[in-house]
Every structure is written in structure tokens, then in C-alpha cells.
Write a protein that binds this ligand. Structure first.
Ligand SMILES: NC(=O)c1ccc[n+]([C@@H]2O[C@H](COP(=O)([O-])OP(=O)(O)OC[C@H]3O[C@@H](n4cnc5c(N)ncnc54)[C@H](O)[C@@H]3O)[C@@H](O)[C@H]2O)c1
Length: 439
């Protein structure tokens, strides 16, 4: 495709080197005539090195992946810009240059264990996820309020919320205290995390709500459930492997089904955290991509924060392990001490769904089985790349483990800063009282 054939719609995908971002970019570019701009600072490649995470299939540099796409699909509508969202000035330049119709933000530090490793990683997660997102909102508000902003949130924000009902819209919530009834007016359900990563997503959610209202922006937050799957239509075949998405299978960056399937294909027991009764929302990579593509078209009202729960299934970790283990008569399941803080599976959640998501709920069981079969076939092709030493969890939520130096450094820094502040306050007081005395 030449540039002349492009539609005048430009979709900008932040996090375009990532698992979801690259898959979305590929699908948008191949299935539409939109111009698609992938934006990423490639920081995940560094984080992976830091924690010794390896990929199922090593991914090439963005320019090479795009050249492979152009060659395979004979198109020329996918582009890449290297940019850190923390750099507001450069972000503005890119937003001005392309003036996109839609910005999808999938550019964040996406791992709970990574955020729980040490003080440095917790701060990196907060800084990256909150300030990066804030910069995008400011840039949209300053440059073009018509840009539709689709922000990836996380269903894990509801992790510690003890209710069976997750609404899409603001509601009044009642509670009793000391025998009296109180109401929380027009609120999204109180969200509560059990780790720093999900806490950063809760802050994001609230920032979306604030900015949509403040500046009359068109904001959609996708409360994304755990994604599973390695491929979409565009990159499943052996011939299209150069288009593979990033696929993490290690204990820090992988999601549960992706990890279980890799364990299965190498004959490793499937490791269930705790008793496995904790439940999680799930959706395949291909369904998630389709749903997010639809969100570029649904009606949105400026100033209203639209919330979408993106999931198709809800299973307990034990149920998932049993379904996957059924595929191989030799497969075993091991129950290990839960490294995380997760509530038991007592909640049978009713999750309100946006119209655009509802049709993905059809033929759920069959779809789930097909996706798992596709995944087993794909990971099986690459099973020799799997390093089993990186699969077992090492980060414990309730233990201040490793990197103590970081915390001590931070403590020293805070103590020093407090001393400096105290001293300058003291000298201000002395100066103030001597001025007063001289009057
Ligand atoms: N994968 C899941 O199961 C899942 C579930 C719920 C929510 N999400 C959310 O979806 C989004 C995408 O997740 P993913 O699994 O594709 O993660 P990923 O790590 O594969 O991709 C994220 C990409 O963003 C880039 N990035 C990070 N910070 C950046 C910055 N400051 N500037 C520019 N680029 C930056 C990284 O380099 C990486 O390529 C995240 O917001 C995540 O929280 C994912």
C-alpha cells in the first residue's frame, strides 16, 4: 500500500513494542487502511535484562519488525517513533506531528512482582505509569481535545474489593458504621490493590476521571483482565514468525495461562499459587485486540469517562490449571506457597459489560479451548527456547527481600533531606525573630 491509499485516520499506539501494543499495531495496520504509529522507548527490553527474563521468541528491533510486516502484507502503513512518555516536550512534538484520531496507551510497567521487588522498582512503576500517563493527558488537552484516548487499566484494581458487583458507571454506594447508614455519592466502586503496580493503575484510573471532566476529553479506560495467548491471526503461522509479539513466560512478567502452557509443553508441573481458589478474569489476546479496535468507534461523550471491563471468562487458578493439565495425561499440578497477597475465591462477581464487548462473550467455552490449543501448538514449536529456571516465583509480597541497599539509600536520602529542611527552617526562624526584634 502506498501512502496515497491511506485513510485520513491515524491511530497512535503507545507501548507499540509490547505484547499487547505490537499485536494491536499489527491488527490495525493489516485490517484497516489507517496510518498506525507505534511509540515506545524500548524500556521493557532493559527491565527484562535486569530480572533475567527471556522471551519465547527473541524479538527484532522495531524497524526490522515493520519491514517484515511490509514484506509479508505488502503494505506501508505501520511506523515507529522511539519516545519516552516521561519526556513531555518530545511527546508534544509527536502528537503535533501526527495529530492522531486515537491514542491507545499500552505503555506502562505491567508487572506486579516487578513493582514489589524493591523500593527502586516500586518508584519506577509509580513514576513511569502515573507521570507518563499524565503527560499524555496534558498533551491531548493542549494539542487537540478531539483525540480519543483509550487507556489500558487493569481488572486487578478490584483485587481487594469485597463486593460481588462491578459497575461500569458511577453509582451511590451505601455502608453501615456504628449502626448508622452512610452513602458514598456518585463514585466508581472503591478500588483496592494488594501491590504497587495495581495501585499505580488505580491512580491512573482516577486521573482519567479527573481529566475527562476537567477538560472535556474523550477518555475510555479499559479495565483489562489477564490476557492469554501468544498470537493473533497475523502472526500465528510458521511463515509469519518474524511478526511474533513479545511473549513473557517467566515469574516476573508472565501472566498465568501463558506460564502454565509453557510449563506444560516442557513437562514441568503447573505451579498453582496457594490453594488456587483465587479467581481471575481472562481474555485471549485476539479477543482483546478485537475489542480494543472496536473501542475506536463506539460513541463517546466529551467530558464523560467511559469505562470498559474487557474480559470473557472468569475462572479460579486451580480450574485453569486443571483445564490445561487435561491436555496431557502426564501433566502434574503442584501447589506452592502463594508469594502474593490474593483474596480467596469467595466472590462470584457480576461484572457489567459494555455493549461493544458483549458479543465476544458468545461461544466462550469453544473459543477458550481453541485458543489454548493454538497456544500449545505455538509454544510447542518453540519449547527448546524455554528456560525453566526463570519460571518459579522469587518475589514475595510480605517480605522486604533483596536490594536492601536501595531502601537504606532512600532512608539516608530522606533523613538527609529532612536535616537540611530542619536546618533551613531553624535559620529562617532565627532570621524571622531577629527581624521581628528589630522592628
Ligand atoms: N498483559 C496483560 O495480561 C495485561 C492485563 C491487564 C492490563 N494490562 C495492561 O496493558 C498494557 C500493556 O501490557 P503488556 O502486557 O503489553 O506490557 P508490555 O510490557 O509487553 O508492553 C509495554 C510496552 O510499553 C513500553 N513502555 C513502558 N514505559 C514506557 C514509557 N515511559 N515510554 C514509552 N514506552 C514505554 C515498554 O517498553 C513495552 O514495550 C499495560 O498498561 C498493562 O498494565 C496488561
Amino acid at each position: 500500500m502506498t501512502r496515497k491509499n491511506l485513510s485520513n485516520k491515524t491511530v497512535m499506539i503507545l507501548g507499540g513494542d509490547g505484547y499487547l501494543g505490537w499485536s494491536l499495531g499489527l491488527a490495525f495496520a493489516n485490517r484497516t487502511n489507517n496510518k498506525v504509529i507505534l511509540v515506545d522507548n524500548l524500556i521493557k527490553r532493559n527491565w527484562e535484562k535486569e530480572v533475567n527474563a527471556k522471551l519465547l521468541i527473541p524479538i527484532k528491533k522495531p524497524a526490522k519488525r515493520i519491514a517484515a510486516y511490509n514484506g509479508i502484507y505488502n503494505k506501508n502503513n505501520l511506523f515507529f517513533e522511539k519516545l519516552d512518555l516521561l519526556n513531555k516536550k518530545e511527546l508534544d512534538k509527536i502528537v503535533k506531528k501526527y495529530n492522531p484520531t486515537v491514542i491507545i496507551n499500552a505503555a506502562q510497567q505491567p508487572s506486579a512482582p516487578f513493582s514489589m521487588m524493591n523500593a527502586k522498582n516500586a518508584s519506577v512503576t509509580f513514576l513511569n505509569n502515573i507521570v507518563g500517563h499524565l503527560n499524555v493527558l496534558w498533551s491531548i488537552a493542549e494539542n487537540n481535545k478531539n483525540i480519543r484516548y483509550i487507556k489500558l487499566g487493569s481488572a486487578g484494581c478490584y483485587m481487594d474489593t469485597d463486593t460481588n458487583f462491578l459497575p461500569l458507571e458511577k453509582k451511590d454506594f451505601s455502608f453501615n458504621h456504628n449502626g448508622k447508614k452512610f452513602k458514598l455519592l456518585k463514585s466508581f466502586i472503591p478500588m483496592q490493590a494488594t501491590d504497587f503496580y495495581h495501585q499505580s493503575k488505580i491512580s491512573d484510573f482516577l486521573i482519567d476521571d479527573l481529566c475527562a471532566k476537567l477538560w472535556k476529553l474523550k477518555v475510555i479506560t479499559v479495565q483489562q483482565a489477564t490476557i492469554f495467548g501468544a498470537t493473533i491471526e497475523e502472526n500465528h503461522s510458521v511463515e509469519n514468525e518474524t511478526l511474533s509479539a513479545r511473549f513473557n513466560y517467566d515469574a516476573v512478567f508472565s501472566t498465568v495461562i501463558n506460564r502454565f502452557v509453557c510449563q506444560l509443553v516442557i513437562g514441568h508441573p503447573l505451579t498453582v499459587y496457594g490453594d488456587g481458589k483465587q479467581k481471575t478474569g481472562l481474555i485471549s489476546l485476539s479477543d482483546s485486540v478485537e475489542n480494543i479496535m472496536k473501542l475506536t468507534k463506539v460513541k463517546v461523550t466529551p467530558g464523560e469517562h467511559t469505562v470498559v471491563h474487557n474480559y470473557t471468562h472468569r475462572y479460579s487458578i486451580e480450574e485453569i490449571a486443571k483445564m490445561i493439565a487435561k491436555v496431557d495425561p502426564n501433566a502434574n499440578i503442584n501447589y506452592i506457597k502463594n508469594p502474593r497477597k490474593e483474596p480467596e475465591g469467595r466472590l462470584n462477581r457480576q461484572v457489567e459489560l459494555h455493549d461493544s464487548i458483549i458479543n465476544q462473550q458468545e461461544n466462550k467455552k469453544a473459543k477458550f479451548e481453541t485458543e489454548i490449543a493454538k497456544m500449545i501448538e505455538f509454544t510447542g514449536r518453540h519449547k527448546d527456547n524455554i528456560d525453566q529456571s526463570i519460571i518459579m516465583p522469587k518475589v514475595l509480597w510480605d517480605k522486604i527481600n533483596s536490594e536492601k541497599k536501595e531502601s537504606i539509600w532512600n532512608l539516608k536520602y530522606i533523613t538527609k533531606t529532612t536535616q537540611i529542611l530542619n536546618e533551613s527552617m531553624k535559620s529562617m526562624k532565627i532570621r524571622y525573630s531577629s527581624i521581628m526584634n528589630s522592628l
